[in-house]
Write a new protein. Structure first.
Lengths: 418, 948
C-alpha cells in the first residue's frame, strides 16, 4: 500500500513529507527530480516513475506535485485517486491548495493525512467524517482558539464511521432546510479548419449542496434519463433502483458533494454553441502575418454565451501582435507567445472580432505549425445535452425543504484548429 | 494566527521548559506543551528526552491529548524501546474501553509502534479486538494484523492471527470483510505459495455481497481479490460478472478498472454465442471512455490498460476511435499513448479520419510527438492495405513541408512501406532523392541508402548518389556504413559494368580502413562471394525478401493473457510480466485466463478479431532500430521462412565463413546459417539445467549428514540416464526424454523437452493418470519461456505421493499427459521403485527381528544378483545412498549376512537379507514384505544400484 507522501513545489523543493510505515529517505525523490528535469513542461512528468526499490506515483495539482512512494504491487489508479482525494480535502479545508496554505496549516495537514490512511490503507476519506474528526480552520475559529486555547480537533469521535451510511454525519440540524442541485456540463470538442466538428463530447456532473436535518431520503428523477447511459455515481446512490426505474434514490451526505457524473459520447450528436471564423496566415519572406478572428453563437437554444475567453499559442517566430479587438481586451505575452482575448459576452447583433497583424522575427522562416485556438465560455440556464430534472422528493423527514436546480454549460477542452 | 506559532520557540533550555509544562497540573497547559513537542518533532528536533513525561500524559480522557501522545509514541518508540514498554499498559487498558472508537484508536496506534519487544505484549489485546463485538474495532484490528506481520511475521503465524483473519472474510460486516481481504492480500504478497486467500464459492459469495456495501477502497481490494479466483464453470462465471458489472458506474476510476479486470478475465469463460456475452462487451466500452475524461495521470494509466484491452478484444472500442484524438494541450505522455491506440484501432472503416488527424499532428510543435505521428502514418499504411496509397501521398505532402525531422521520419517509414508493398510506389523515389542532402540522422540516411540500393536499377544516378555518401564513409555511423556497403554491392550486381570501381572502393574502405569488426566481416564476405562466384552472390544478395507483417509491436499472446489478468496494476502500466518487478516478484504467481467452458478453443490463442494474427508467430518489428538489423540480415539470409530469430544467424554465419566455411556458402548451401542460429538459440537452456542441478547438490549434502557413524562415502541416489519417453514423431514435433531422481527426500521427474517442429511451443502443462503409489506433480510444469524451434529445455518437476491411487500393471508404470499450445500428448514410463524409498527407512533391530518372523514365509522371495564386484561394506554404503539401510551385519563362515530394511512412501516396509561371499561376485538376496508384489521391483533396484 502507500508508504510515504512527499509534496514538491514548482521550484523542486520537498516542503512536506509523511510516512505511514517506516521512513523512506527523501533521496528517493531524486528519481522524480530527474524526470522533472527531463520534462519540457511541468505537466509532462510521467505519472509513474520506477526506482530500484520503489515506485513513485505523482499527480500535479495547483502547481504542487504530490509524490506517493509505494514498494509493492499496488494499483496505480488507486494511488492516483487517493492523491486527488488528498488535494480535494486540502482544498475543502483551506479554500485553496497552495504551498503557503499547507505550510500555514501544517498541524491540520498532518492530522488529516494521519486519519486518511492507516498503514497505507485508506481509513477516512469522506469529507463529512473528516470534518467531524478535525474541524476545518475558519477565521472565526482561529480567533476563538487563540483566545480560549481550544483546538480544531473534534472532541467527539466520528460516530458516522460506525453507521451503515458512513458518508453522512449523524445528528445534523438546520433551521433552514435546503437542497440545491447544479447540473454543469462541459463540452470537449475539436473543430477543424473548415469549421466542421471532428469530435465533441459532453462531460456532465450533478453537484449537490444539501443541508437537511436528520436522515432524509431523497429521490431525483429526470425528464430524459435515457441520455444517461454512461454514469458514475456517488456511493450513496442506490444502483438497483437506477437500473430498474432510472431514478436516483439516495440518503445524501451533508453539505457539498458530487451526486453523479456522466458522459455523453461523441456518437450522439452534440450541439456546438459557438463558431469561430479565422484567417491566420504568414507569408514566406515577409515579416508580417495576418490575423483575423470572429466569434459567433451557433446552437445556444436562445441563451447568451458569456465569459468568453479566447487563447492561442502563437508560433515561436512571432515577435509581437498588433491587433484591434471590437470588444474586450487582448494581451500577448512575447515570452510565452500566448495570445489571450477576454471577450466577455457575445452579442449576436454585433459579433466580436479581433483583427490586425502579427510581426515575425526578421529573416525567420515561415512558421510550420498552425496555432490552435482554445475557447472558454459559459452559458447559464442551459444543459447543452438537453438533460432536465423532473422532480425531487424527500422521504423520511417531516419538514418541507427548499429545493432548487440550476443548469450551466461550459467549455471544457474546446479547441479550434486553424 | 496559524500553526506556525508552535515552531517559533528556539530559546535555550527549551526542553527543560517543556518538561515543566508537561508535568503541570493544568490540562490546557499540558495539551499546549504536547503540541509544542509534536511541532518540534515534525521539524526534526530531537525531543526524545521528554519521553517519560509525554507518556505520562497518555492516561487521560481528553481525546485530542491522547491522539497527540500516540503520535509522539509512534515516532520515538523505536529509539526508546525500554521506555515504550511503559505505554503498554495504557494500550491494554484502552483496548477495553467501553467506547468502540477508543478501542479502535488504541489497536490502530499499537500496530504502528514498530518495536519487537512491545509487539509481544500486544498480541492479547489484538486477539480480543479481532473478535470485538463492534465491526469498527474488528475492521481496524484486521489492518493491525497486517502491520504486525510486517514487523514480525513469525509471531503472527504462531499466534494464529492468520486464521482469525481468514475467518473475518465471512464476517457479517462488509467493511470488516474488505479490510480482512486487504490485509490478507498484503500478507500473501510476502508468502507467494501460501493459500492465504483460499477462495471457494462460499467465500466468493461473501465477497460479492460485501462488494455492494463497502467503501470505494474496500471495493478495489475485493475486486482485485476476486480476479484471482477461477470459477468452476461458465454459469458461475456469468453470475459473478453480473454482480460485478454495477461497479463500472462507480465514480472512483480505480474501482472501475478493477471491475474491468474481473470482467475481462471471467468473460473469457463465457460461451461466445451467449447473449450475455454480447451485452457485457457493450457494457465495457462506456466506462473505459469515461476514464479518458479524468485527470491526465488517470488517463495515462487508463490508456496503458486500454492498449492491452484493445489488443485482446478490439471489438470493444472499435467505434470509439474519436475519443483517442489528441488535444493539443494533453501532456506528452497522454498524447503518445493515444496515438498508439489510434493505430491499433485503425481499420478500413475509419482510416480516412485517422489519417487526417495524423496529418494534423505532424504539424504540431512537440518534436517527439510529430515524429511518432509520422511513424504512425507508416504503420497505418502497413496495417490497412487499402490506405497505403493515401498514406504514401500524405507522407509526400509532409516531405514537401521540408521540416527536417519530418522528412527524415517520413523516409524511414517509406522504406517500411516499400518492404511491405514492393514495386508499387517507386514513383516517389525521385521526390525522396531530392531530400538526400537534408538527411543528417543515421536512421534516415540508412533508410535512404537502402532504398537507393534496392531500386538501383530504376534510379539513373544511383551510383552518383551512393558515391556522394562514400566520401565521408568513416564519419558515418556503423548503421549507415553497413547499409552503404550492402547497397553498393547490390548496385554492382545490378549494373556491373559502370560500378566496378565504386564497389572496390567500398570494399577496401570496409575491410582495410575500418576498425569495426562487423563491417570488416561483412566486407570480406561480399568480397569473397563476388570474387568466387558472382552468380551465387547475385542469388544471395538480391534474393527476394519476405514481407514484413501487418501488425507491429503486438504483445506476445501469453504475456498479453497474463497482463489482462493484471489490469490496473503496475505490470499493466509497464506491459511487463509481474515477475519482472524487483520487489513485486516475491509474491507473483503466473495467472492465466481460465479456459472457455466446454469448448475446444482453450488451446488456441484467443481470437484477436479479424486481423487473424494468431495463426503464426508474427514477424514483429519491435522497433525501428531492430528493423534495420533485420534488414541487414535479409541481405544474407535465404528466403526460406520468416523465422523471427534470424538475427543471431547472421553473426554466427559470418564467423563461420571466415573460419573456412566459405565453400558451403558458395555452394549455395546457405541452409547452414539458420541452423547455426538455432545452435545459438539453444544456449540459454544451460541455465535451467544448472538450476535443476542445484537441488541435487543439496540432496547429496542431506545424505552426508544422514550417515551417522557411516563407513566411507555413500554414493547418492542413483539416477538412470534419461531415456526417450515421447518421440517427436508421435507428438507433432515435441520430444521428451527423461528420468526420475530422489533428491533430499523429494522425488523429481527430470525431463528434457525438445522442440523439433517449426513453430514456437508455449503453454506447457502436465498431468498423471492415477497410479500405484499415488504419484502426482507437486507443482505446475515450469516452462517459463516459449520453446523455440530446435531448442531444448531441461525441467525438473517435483512429485508428491498423495495423489489418487490405482494399481497399475506393471506396478511401477506411470501414464503421463503433456499439453502444449499444439495438442495434448500421452505416454507412459516406468520409474525405479527406489524413488519411493524414504529417508527414515532404518528399522530398529528388535523390530526388524520381530517383523521378519511375523511375515509368513510364503511372502519371501529369493533372487540372485550376479557379477557384483564389491565387498559387503562398499555394497552397503552404496545401497544406503538409495535409502536401503543396513541394520546389522553378521559374518558366518566367510559369508557376510547383511540385514536391511526399506520403507516405501506408502509406509510399506520391505525387509531383506543379502548374503555376500568373499570372492564370489554373485549375491543372494532374500526379500520379505507384506505386499509380495513389490519384491520383484525391489530386486531390480538392488541390481540397478549395485551395478552402477
Amino acid at each position: 500500500m502507500i508508504h510515504s507522501l512527499f509534496l514538491v513545489n514548482a521550484s523542486g523543493d520537498i516542503f512536506l513529507e509523511k510516512h505511514w510505515k517506516s521512513v523512506v529517505s527523501r533521496s528517493v525523490c531524486d528519481y522524480f527530480f530527474e524526470a522533472l528535469e527531463r520534462a519540457t513542461e511541468p505537466e509532462n512528468v510521467p505519472p509513474v516513475i520506477p526506482t530500484p526499490h520503489h515506485y513513485l506515483i505523482n499527480v500535479l495539482r495547483h502547481r504542487i506535485y504530490f509524490v506517493a512512494v509505494i514498494q509493492s504491487e499496488v494499483p496505480p489508479l488507486f494511488v492516483i485517486e487517493f492523491l486527488h482525494r488528498v488535494v480535494d480535502t486540502f482544498q475543502d479545508y483551506f479554500g485553496v491548495c497552495t504551498e503557503a496554505a499547507i505550510k500555514d496549516n501544517v498541524v491540520v495537514v498532518y492530522e488529516l493525512l494521519e486519519e486518511m490512511l492507516d498503514n497505507g490503507f485508506p481509513l477516512a476519506t469522506e469529507s463529512n467524517i473528516l470534518k467531524e474528526l478535525i474541524k476545518p480552520p475558519t477565521i472565526l475559529r482561529t480567533v476563538v482558539n487563540t483566545i480560549t486555547g481550544s483546538t480544531n480537533v473534534g472532541e467527539q469521535l466520528p460516530t458516522g464511521q460506525l453507521s451503515v451510511v458512513p458518508w453522512r454525519r449523524t445528528g445534523v440540524k438546520y433551521t433552514n432546510n435546503e437542497a440545491y442541485f447544479d447540473v454543469v456540463e462541459e463540452i470537449d470538442a475539436i473543430i477543424d479548419k473548415s469549421g466542421s466538428t471532428i469530435t465533441a463530447e459532453i462531460q456532465g456532473v450533478v453537484d449537490a449542496c444539501v443541508k437537511l436535518t436528520g436522515m432524509p431520503d431523497l429521490t431525483l428523477s429526470f425528464m430524459n434519463p435515457r441520455l444517461l447511459d454512461d454514469v458514475s455515481f456517488h456511493p450513496c446512490v442506490r444502483f438497483k433502483r437506477w437500473e430498474a426505474e432510472r431514478i436516483l434514490s439516495f440518503i445524501p451526505p451533508d453539505g457539498n458533494f458530487r451526486l453523479l457524473s456522466y458522459h455523453v459520447s461523441s456518437q450522439n450528436l452534440v450541439a456546438i454553441p459557438v463558431y469561430v471564423k479565422h484567417n491566420i496566415s504568414f507569408r514566406e519572406g515577409s515579416s508580417q502575418g495576418r490575423f483575423e478572428l470572429t466569434l459567433g453563437p451557433k446552437q445556444t437554444m436562445g441563451k447568451a454565451v458569456e465569459s468568453v475567453l479566447v487563447s492561442s499559442q502563437l508560433p515561436r517566430g512571432v515577435l509581437n501582435a498588433n491587433l484591434n479587438a471590437s470588444q474586450g481586451t487582448y494581451t500577448f505575452d512575447p515570452v510565452t507567445k500566448l495570445l489571450s482575448w477576454d471577450v466577455g459576452k457575445i452579442n449576436p447583433q454585433k459579433l466580436p472580432s479581433l483583427k490586425g497583424s502579427v510581426s515575425l522575427q526578421a529573416g525567420a522562416f515561415k512558421p510550420d505549425e498552425n496555432p490552435t485556438i482554445n475557447i472558454q465560455f459559459k452559458i447559464q440556464q442551459l444543459a447543452i445535452s438537453g438533460l432536465k430534472v423532473n422532480r425531487l422528493d424527500m422521504y423520511g423527514e417531516k419538514y418541507k425543504p427548499f429545493k432548487g436546480i440550476k443548469y450551466m454549460t461550459k467549455a471544457g477542452k474546446f479547441q479550434v484548429r486553424t | 494566527m496559524t500553526d506556525s506559532k508552535y515552531f517559533t520557540t528556539t530559546k535555550k533550555g527549551e526542553i527543560f521548559e517543556l518538561k515543566a509544562e508537561l508535568n503541570s497540573d493544568k490540562k490546557e497547559k499540558k495539551k499546549e506543551a504536547v503540541k509544542k513537542v509534536i511541532a518540534s518533532m515534525t521539524v526534526g528536533k530531537d525531543v526524545s528526552a521528554l519521553f517519560p513525561d509525554v507518556v505520562n500524559c497518555m492516561q487521560t480522557d481528553n481525546l485530542e491529548l491522547k491522539k497527540l501522545v500516540y503520535l509522539y509514541l509512534m515516532n520515538y518508540a523505536k529509539s526508546q524501546p525500554d521506555m515504550a514498554i511503559m505505554a503498554v499498559n495504557t494500550f491494554v487498558k484502552d483496548c477495553e474501553d467501553p467506547n468502540p472508537l477508543i478501542r479502535a484508536l488504541a489497536v490502530r496506534t499499537m500496530g504502528c509502534i514498530r518495536v519487537d519487544k512491545i509487539t509481544e505484549y500486544l498480541c492479547e489485546p489484538l486477539r480480543k479486538c479481532l473478535k470485538d463485538e463492534d465491526p469498527y474495532v474488528r475492521k481496524t484490528a484486521a489492518v493491525c494484523v497486517a502491520k504486525l506481520h510486517d514487523i514480525n511475521a513469525q509471531l503472527v503465524e504462531d499466534q494464529g492471527f492468520l486464521d482469525t483473519l481468514k475467518d473475518l472474510i465471512s464476517d457479517s460486516n462488509p467493511m470488516v470483510v474488505a479490510n480482512a481481504v486487504a490485509a490478507l492480500s498484503e500478507i500473501a504478497e510476502s508468502h507467494p505459495n501460501s493459500n492465504l486467500l483460499d477462495l471457494n464459492p462460499q467465500t466468493i459469495n461473501k465477497l460479492l455481497t460485501a462488494l455492494n456495501e463497502c467503501t470505494e477502497w474496500g471495493q478495489i481490494f475485493i475486486l482485485d481479490c476476486l480476479a484471482n479466483y477461477t470459477p468452476r464453470d461458465d454459469r458461475e462465471s456469468q453470475s459473478i460478472c453480473e454482480r460485478v458489472t454495477p461497479r463500472l458506474s462507480h465514480a472512483n476510476s480505480a474501482v472501475v478498472l478493477s471491475a474491468v479486470k474481473v470482467l475481462m478475465k471471467f468473460m473469457e469463460m463465457l460461451p461466445k454465442d451467449l447473449d450475455y456475452y454480447g451485452t457485457l462487451l457493450k457494457k465495457l466500452a462506456p466506462p473505459l471512455v469515461t476514464l479518458l475524461s479524468a485527470e491526465p495521470e488517470l488517463q495515462y494509466v487508463a490508456l496503458r490498460n486500454i492498449n492491452l484491452i484493445v489488443q485482446k478484444r478490439p471489438e470493444i472500442l472499435k467505434h470509439e476511435m474519436k475519443v483517442f484524438f489528441v488535444k493539443y494541450n494533453d501532456p506528452i505522455y497522454v498524447k503518445l499513448e493515444k496515438l498508439d491506440i489510434m493505430i491499433r484501432l485503425a481499420s478500413q472503416a475509419n482510416i480516412a479520419q485517422v489519417l487526417a488527424e495524423l496529418k494534423e499532428y505532424a504539424t504540431e510543435v512537440d518534436v517527439d510527438f510529430v515524429r511518432k505521428a509520422v511513424r504512425a502514418i507508416g504503420r497505418c499504411a502497413i496495417k490497412v492495405e487499402q490506405s497505403a496509397e493515401r498514406c504514401v501521398s500524405t507522407l509526400l505532402d509532409l516531405i514537401q513541408t521540408k521540416v527536417n525531422y519530418v522528412v527524415q521520419e517520413a523516409i524511414v517509414v517509406i522504406k517500411d512501406i516499400f518492404r511491405k508493398y514492393p514495386n508499387k510506389y517507386e514513383s516517389v523515389i525521385a521526390t525522396l532523392c531530392e531530400n538526400l542532402d537534408s538527411l543528417d540522422e543515421p536512421e534516415a540516411r540508412a533508410a535512404m541508402i537502402w532504398i537507393v540500393g534496392e531500386y538501383a536499377e530504376r534510379i539513373d544516378n544511383a551510383d552518383e548518389l551512393l558515391e556522394s555518401f562514400l566520401e565521408g564513409f568513416h564519419d558515418e555511423s556503423t548503421q549507415v556504413q553497413l547499409q552503404l556497403l550492402t547497397a553498393i554491392v547490390k548496385l554492382f550486381l545490378k549494373k556491373p559494368t559502370e560500378t566496378q570501381e565504386l564497389v572496390q572502393q567500398v570494399l577496401s574502405l570496409a575491410t582495410q580502413d575500418s576498425d569495426n569488426p562487423d563491417l570488416r566481416d561483412r566486407g570480406y564476405i561480399y568480397w569473397r562471394l563476388l570474387s568466387t562466384d558472382p552468380v551465387a552472390a547475385k542469388e544471395v544478395v538480391l534474393a527476394e525478401k519476405p514481407l514484413i507483417s501487418e501488425e507491429t509491436d503486438l504483445i506476445e499472446p501469453t504475456l498479453l493473457e497474463e497482463l489482462i489478468c493484471h489490469i490496473g496494476t503496475l505490470a499493466s502500466v509497464y506491459h511487463k510480466p509481474p515477475s519482472a518487478f524487483v520487489e513485486g516478484s516475491r509474491g507473483v504467481q503466473h495467472r492465466r485466463i481460465p479456459p472457455r467452458a466446454g469448448s475446444v478453443e482453450s488451446a488456441e490463442s484467443p481470437d484477436v478479431g479479424q486481423s487473424g494474427s494468431s495463426e503464426a508467430p508474427p514477424a514483429v518489428i519491435p522497433s525501428q532500430g531492430d528493423l534495420l538489423g533485420d534488414l541487414l540480415n535479409l541481405d544474407l539470409a535465404p528466403p526460406t521462412s520468416t523465422v523471427p530469430s534470424v538475427q543471431p544467424s547472421m553473426q554466427m554465419g559470418a564467423m563461420d565463413l571466415l573460419g573456412g566455411g566459405l565453400d558451403s556458402l558458395l555452394g549455395g548451401d546457405i541452409g547452414g546459417s539458420p541452423s547455426m542460429g538455432a545452435g545459438l538459440g539453444a544456449a540459454p537452456t544451460v541455465m535451467p539445467a544448472a538450476l535443476g542441478g542445484a537441488p541435487a547438490v543439496g540432496g547429496g549434502l542431506g545424505d552426508l549428514f544422514d550417515l551417522g557413524g557411516g563407513v566411507g562415502m555413500p554414493t547418492g541416489f542413483y539416477v538412470v540416464p534419461k531415456t526417450m519417453w515421447l518421440p517427436a514423431m508421435k507428438a507433432k514435433g515435441l520430444e521428451i526424454s527423461g528420468t526420475f531422481a530422489r533428491r533430499g527426500g523429494i522425488i523429481q521427474m527430470d525431463m528434457s523437452l525438445t522442440n523439433k517442429a517449426m513453430s514456437v511451443m508455449t503453454d506447457f502443462a502436465i498431468q498423471f493418470n492415477r497410479n500405484s503409489f499415488g504419484m502426482a506433480p507437486a507443482g505446475p510444469l515450469q516452462v517459463l519461456t516459449p520453446l523455440s524451434p530446435n531448442q531444448t529445455i531441461d525441467v525438473s518437476l517435483p512429485l508428491s505421493t498423495n495423489g489418487p491411487v490405482m494399481k497399475m500393471e506393471p506396478l511401477n508404470n506411470l501414464q503421463v499427459a503433456v499439453k502444449n499450445n499444439i495438442d495434448v500428448f500421452y505416454f507412459s514410463c516406468q520409474f525405479p521403485l527406489s524413488l519411493l524409498f524414504v529417508e527414515d527407512g532404518k528399522m530398529e533391530r528388535q523390530v526388524f527381528l520381530a517383523t521378519w518372523k511375523d511375515i509368513p514365509n510364503d511372502n519371501e522371495a529369493q533372487f540372485q544378483i550376479k557379477d557384483v564386484h564389491l565387498n559387503s561394506d562398499a555394497a552397503s554404503n552404496k545401497l544406503q545412498g538409495s535409502n536401503i539401510f543396513t541394520i546389522a551385519k553378521r559374518t558366518v563362515e566367510g559369508q557376510d549376512m547383511l540385514y536391511q530394511s526399506i520403507k516405501l512412501t506408502n509406509s510399506i516396509w520391505v525387509l531383506a537379507e543379502m548374503r555376500v561371499q568373499t570372492g564370489n561376485p554373485n549375491y543372494t538376496l532374500s526379500i520379505k514384505c507384506r505386499a509380495p508384489e513389490v519384491c520383484q521391483f525391489v530386486y531390480q533396484c538392488y541390481e540397478m544400484v549395485l551395478k552402477n
